[in-house]
Design a protein around this ligand. Structure first.
Ligand code: GLY
Ligand code: MN
Ligand code: MN
Length: 448
């Protein structure tokens, strides 16, 4: 385990965004237009906003980080055009709220063919749509859908002048989601870096933890370490869950104090150039596992490692779930936590009683990244892994304090161990390389 931060935080080269647009163009029919909207700012209270987070698909195709913008991809008679509509330069607004790049510089920097202001949008979009056959947009974006129908109505109003109205509407999401699912070399390098930074934050959390501290104090040690290394934001709300709080899967209150004989579950990942890490570790507040904590922890770790060993192209989440189920169910059976016939217990996936969430998910610009998990509409056929896919593996066991069916020694223990994995030609690469996970490594680090 090395603690050297990788040199030079990578940002994606602009050519990467241009290549992505080219890949989307290649999927478009001729005489069609695709629409992608940027995110809007979100009010926190009265006149203050949350930190801005760009729409990730819009970011994927542009790298552009201002709110309210729109990207149009136009394919006409084989010719491709990328057009951005964005907020205008506005001196007074910029003095109060921050810089805007404006249309001229945006065009050069982001390599669009043309950039216009949002004021010019309405008239120009209707012109671009006239005579086209097909329109692509995200069907699940209600605001964008409403906008498109307004534009189409404007085109339709000119039908008597001989203007042709696009007749085919196509959901853009499955197309762009499939592109996002396979990561490039540059994306994987960014994800390697954000994993490494997040690993340092988990190490810091282990070193700073002691009974009596509040969970949010550890949360802030983590955020501090992310930012120290260039990951200014967390990719999702950090979970710092002492004792029984770990049995609340998305516990983010983080407002209780840590207790000596409890475990502490931390699910935390930074965001770097938009890319997420998603790492969970569970360790004892005191620095030493108790015996019951130790056996359950080792069981979850064994399950994770057995699952990892099976990852390679062609494998599916269904197959990995079988491995996790066999390991966890047998382990719980051996400990007397579940009883019955072992083969039957495995067949009925008896571990589900204590392993209450999925084994993993795609990871990328979103922590629960886009991309279908199945390849047919009835959701029966799992998608096979391919090189460049990035996913989490996160087995867990959750034994709530109020579960009176459990022997007392297990109650109040919640454990999850989560790593981030890239599928490679040969098998896999574990991005989560510097986050202690063995009992010996955790105890050694916490003793220092
Ligand atoms: N941090 C959310 C998850 O592990 O899926
Ligand atoms: Mn996860
Ligand atoms: Mn997680």
């Amino acid at each position: 385990m090395t603690n050297q931060v990788l040199p030079g935080i990578a940002a994606l080269p602009m050519s990467e965004f241009v290549t992505r647009r080219k890949k989307f163009f290649a999927k478009m029919a001729d005489n069609s237009v695709a629409f992608f909207n940027a995110a809007k700012e979100v009010t926190r209270s009265n006149d203050t906003e949350y930190a801005f987070c760009q729409n990730k698909t819009f970011y994927y195709l542009t790298g552009f980080n201002e709110p309210d913008a729109m990207l149009l991809l136009i394919k006409k008679s084989g010719c491709e055009q990328s057009i951005l509509f964005s907020l205008p330069k506005d001196k007074m607004h910029e003095i109060w709220h921050g810089r805007r790049i404006g249309q001229e510089k945006a065009c050069q920097h982001y390599q669009f063919d043309q950039c216009f202001t949002l004021e010019e949008q309405e008239e120009l979009v209707a012109q671009y749509l006239a005579g086209m056959s097909q329109v692509y947009f995200a069907f699940d974006d209600e605001k964008l859908s409403a906008q498109i129908f307004t534009y189409l109505a404007q085109v339709r109003a000119k039908i008597r002048q001989g203007v042709k109205v696009p007749a085919h509407l196509t959901d853009a999401s499955p197309i762009v989601d499939d592109l996002r699912l396979i990561k490039s070399h540059n994306e994987i390098e960014l994800m390697r870096q954000v994993n490494f930074i997040s690993g340092l934050a988990h190490q810091r959390a282990m070193q700073k933890t002691k009974a009596g501290l509040f969970e949010y104090q550890i949360e802030n040690e983590i955020l501090h370490e992310f930012a120290r290394h260039g990951a200014r934001y967390a990719a999702y709300a950090t979970i710092v869950a002492g004792g029984d709080n770990a049995n609340i899967l998305h516990y983010t209150d983080n407002d209780e104090s840590l207790v000596d004989n409890d475990l502490l579950l931390i699910d935390a990942g930074g965001e770097l150039s938009g890319y997420a890490a998603d790492i969970t570790r569970t360790f004892p507040v005191s620095g030493k596992f108790t015996e019951p904590q130790k056996v359950l922890y080792q069981l979850v770790l064994d399950a994770k490692n057995q699952v990892l060993a099976a990852i390679k192209p062609g494998v599916t989440f269904a197959k990995l779930n079988d491995i996790a189920n066999a390991c966890l169910t047998k382990g719980l059976f051996d400990l007397g936590i579940i009883t019955g016939d072992l083969a039957e217990l495995i067949a009925e996936r008896a571990c589900k009683k204590y392993f209450i969430h999925g084994l993993g998910h795609w990871l990328g610009l979103d922590v629960h990244d886009v991309g279908d998990y199945h390849i047919n509409d009835n959701k029966e056929q799992c998608r096979e892994f391919a090189p460049g896919m990035v996913l989490t593996i996160e087995p867990g066991l959750y034994m709530p304090l109020d579960d009176m069916e459990l022997a007392k020694q297990w109650r109040g223990i919640g454990i999850r161990i989560e790593d981030n994995i890239v599928v490679t030609q040969q098998g896999y690469e574990n991005l989560t390389v510097n986050t202690p996970e063995t009992i010996a490594d955790i105890e050694a680090l916490m003793e220092k």
